[in-house]
Design a protein around this ligand. Structure first.
Ligand code: AMP
Length: 192
């Protein structure tokens, strides 16, 4: 199993790069944002409750997200590995993920952080909001809240994984192909 976390703030390009990486490396994709939006679209109780947090730009409670990821992993036990996109976002989620993967005799192999300046992130998210219809990409206030949540709760994971010697930063500005190439070089180093 090869398990990769694509790390970075909202708008860093995690979704775009995940799509390319999972095709190249034949991995399964777990985007907790996509899973939560699918729950909301299906009108489930989980989706309705989660939307209250998403709409404000706040993180959905750990227990909800961890349960969802656990189910996804259990439904994809034949996968040769996973790309985690937008998960984990708190230390509690990271610890829960380590425990889940241990059950399969696996762990996180690499954490690649896409580094992008904040002004560029706001620009990208507002632009994405025009076409995606995502309400949380359309309000600058919600976007700023998401950054606050990222700084307070998610950024500590950078130290969590650096201490385990798993974190590498990758410049996330510029051409999508160049960034993809940088990510692939990092992955190939870890896999070799
Ligand atoms: P994303 O599509 O990854 O930008 O996520 C959109 C929203 O879904 C976030 O702003 C959070 O409200 C929620 N969300 C997604 N992933 C997580 C997570 N791992 N933990 C808590 N909330 C999450």
């Amino acid at each position: 199993m090869f398990n990769l976390i694509l790390f970075g703030p909202p708008g860093a390009g995690k979704g775009t790069q995940s799509e390319r990486l999972l095709e190249k490396y034949q991995l399964a994709h777990i985007s907790t944002g996509d899973l939560l939006r699918a729950e909301r679209a299906a009108g489930t109780q989980l989706g309705v409750q989660a939307n209250e947090y998403i709409a404000k730009g706040e993180l959905v409670p750990d227990a909800v997200v961890i349960g969802m990821v656990r189910n996804y992993i259990l439904e994809h036990t034949d996968a040769s590995g996973f790309i985690f996109d937008g998960f984990p976002r708190t230390v509690a989620q990271a610890e829960a993920l380590d425990t889940m993967l241990e059950e399969f005799g696996a762990g996180i192999d690499a954490v690649l952080g896409l580094e992008v300046e904040e002004d560029e992130l706001v620009k990208r998210l507002l632009l994405r909001g025009q076409s995606s219809g995502r309400a949380d990409d359309q309000s600058e206030e919600t976007i700023r809240n998401r950054f606050q949540e990222y700084m307070n709760k998610t950024l500590p994971l950078q130290s969590y994984y650096t201490e385990q010697d798993k974190y590498s930063g990758v410049p996330g500005m510029g051409e999508i192909e160049t960034i993809f190439g940088d990510l692939c070089s990092q992955i190939d180093q870890v896999r070799s």
